[in-house]
Design a protein around this ligand. Structure first.
Ligand code: NOS
Length: 586
């Protein structure tokens, strides 16, 4: 037996080694915690452990293998039942730094908004029936007065003439009851705008295939979202729902594509100049700010900026047009333009090197125009590739001076680039749920986020395309990160939220205001989280009874081991021991 001294020495050395290994993390760098922080962090860890051994340890119909941090679209229905999720819902999240504006509003809310506008029409390539409905996409568009129809024949009528426009409300009302009636219509449209679990994990289960589905959600959605009256309602809804989730600043990307996805004016035909889109955005932001001020809630929303983006399939000379467009918008809306980006699937589209010529001129162009700096805020390394063009985009993003990196999923393969990000303060906009649904990782446990955190690289958690993925707000992404780690706790989440403010494009005074307001809300939140968590744990410990609350599914275990009774018994014993370790049993 080893002596107590040797044991104590070993333990001290062990603690030291762990502390050194974690010294780059924000929660370790923070230094001693306040009593309240330490308590809240501990309680939340206990809630996490309790739920891991209860709600996540049961079998559910259609979810035979649940676990915390599992694939989001399958686990979502469990996540929303957890105490952890409820508590995180109230957490002040700081800034949302990576979201594509076209995919930020809950689809059923979008549909409700769209129904208000008589200009909105829908058509299909053929009459819909039970056999073809899953494979035919709706086409949606506003129409000018002269082309609007009364829409006599339903989309589901065998006599429907291919590609005939029908007013949206009419198409909904007349949708065949055999296909679900109006609710069936909603399901048809919704299915085209979201990614469902079967698509993500079965039919489109590769990066390439899921992107085909994902891109089609934007193509279908643009007809609704890019109709200017809807767009304004859409922005408002995005901002209000973000605020409701504890987000106090947003920096969405708008993809400008003048020919392919133009914005259409209220008359259903006039193209809306980009400056009008900016103006519309600014008006909504100012209006929301004014409303909050009136309610004495001005600290809940500091503001919003836009990252001007276009898609990386255009030619370099077209890009030059967009760069100039961006500069002229910066001139007119200096406080609204935060940066410039190129978006779209990196594995499929053009690499940054394809655009070097115009990109290298951008700074000079800004100087000539006399505008203040427009930083690049590039997507980079959103790929499984190793040395592929998408992976190599990271070198170019950094050489071109990117302010932050969108995704940076492959960054951990590049020690030198990680060092640069750390030294220069290039924050990574990490989108955990997006990466998993777009098939870069099968669950949170294979996500590189912990490696980034342990290397001390600044990170902001982001939702990317919440309407397509169903991760509205930031609560779901924070949840997935917290659920899948034993190291990360509430304090680390709070520090990341603070960093989302630090690495945003707010000006220094705004940041100051945002951080002060955040801290105030955080202190209140810590008390709430502690109280809620403690109440939950008390209840949990009093209720947990291995015979009724926790039931390992015997039939599944039996099936696995057949008549080998000893194996079955051993498994049951292990389950018991694990539960004791988790402190679930008293
Ligand atoms: O995760 C992403 N990575 C790269 N591009 C994206 C991602 N999500 C959306 N878009 C791009 O943004 C456009 C809509 O504004 C989409 O067409 C899509 O290409």
């Amino acid at each position: 037996m080893s002596s107590p001294v040797a044991m104590a020495e070993y333990q001290a050395e062990r603690r030291q080694l762990i502390a050194e290994d974690r010294s780059g993390r924000l929660d370790y760098k923070k230094g001693p915690l306040s009593e309240q922080e330490a308590l809240a962090d501990k309680v939340i860890r206990e809630v996490r452990a309790a739920e891991a051994s209860s709600i996540w340890s049961r079998e559910y119909e259609g979810i035979p293998h649940p676990f915390p941090g599992m694939e989001f679209l399958t686990g979502r229905s469990i996540i929303v039942q957890t105490k952890l999720f409820e508590i995180l819902g109230k957490m002040p999240k700081g800034a949302l730094l990576h979201a594509h504006l076209d995919a930020t509003v809950n689809v059923s809310v979008l549909l409700e908004i769209a129904m208000k506008y008589p200009a909105m029409h829908v058509r299909a390539s053929t009459a819909l029936n039970a056999t073809n409905i899953d494979s035919i996409l709706p086409q949606l568009s506003p129409l000018p007065q002269e082309l609007r129809t009364a829409g006599g024949t339903a989309l589901t009528d065998v006599n429907y003439t291919s590609n005939t426009w029908i007013p949206l409300t009419k198409a909904r009302e007349t949708f065949d009851s055999k296909l679900g009636g109006p609710e069936g219509f909603d399901r048809w449209i919704t299915a085209a705008l979201i990614i469902n679990p079967t698509e993500a994990y079965v039919t489109h289960n590769t990066v390439k295939k899921i992107w085909q589905k994902f891109q089609s959600t934007f193509a279908v959605g643009a007809g609704l979202v890019r109709y200017e009256p809807i767009h304004k309602d859409y922005i408002r809804e995005f901002i209000l729902s973000s605020i409701a989730d504890g987000i106090s600043y947003v920096e969405p990307r708008i993809s400008f594509l003048r020919d392919l996805r133009p914005f259409i004016a209220a008359d259903g035909k006039t193209l809306v100049p980009h400056r009008e889109i900016m103006k519309g955005f600014q008006d909504v932001v100012n209006q929301v700010k004014a409303e909050l001020k009136e309610q004495g809630r001005e600290d809940e929303f500091i503001g919003a900026r836009i990252i001007y983006s276009t898609i990386r399939f255009i030619t370099p000379s077209e890009l030059e047009w967009y760069l100039r467009d961006c500069i002229s918008l910066k001139k007119e809306f200096p406080d609204l333009i935060a940066g410039f980006d190129l978006v779209g699937p990196e594995d499929e589209l053009k690499p940054l090197t394809y655009y070097l010529e115009p990109l290298l001129k951008f700074r000079e162009m800004q100087k000539e125009a006399g505008v203040s700096e427009i930083p690049f805020i590039f997507h980079g390394g959103e790929t499984l590739g190793d040395g592929t063009e998408a992976d190599m985009n990271l070198y170019d993003a950094i050489l071109l001076g990117t302010k932050r990196i969108g995704h940076g999923f492959s960054l951990i393969k590049h020690p030198k680039l990680m060092q640069i990000c750390k030294e220069r303060g290039i924050a990574i906009e990490v989108c955990p749920i997006s990466n998993e649904i777009l098939r870069l990782t099968s669950s949170m446990h294979m996500h590189p986020l912990p490696a980034l955190l342990n290397h001390g690289i600044p990170v902001a958690l982001c939702s990317d395309d919440p309407s397509a993925f169903g991760n509205m707000g930031l609560t779901f992404d924070y949840f997935q990160v917290l659920a899948a780690s034993e190291v990360t706790g509430l304090v680390q989440l709070g520090e990341m939220a603070k960093d989302s403010i630090n690495f945003s494009s707010m000006d220094p005074e705004e940041k100051e205001r945002a951080l002060t307001a955040w801290q105030k809300r955080w202190d209140v939140f810590l008390e709430y989280a502690t109280k809620e968590g403690q109440d939950f744990l008390t209840q949990f410990k009093s209720e947990v009874n291995v015979h009724d609350e926790y039931k390992p599914d015997n039939s599944v275990i039996r099936q696995q081991y057949g008549s080998r009774k000893w194996m079955y018994k051993k498994t049951m014993r292990t389950e018991w021991m694990m539960m004791r370790q988790c402190n679930v049993l008293r």
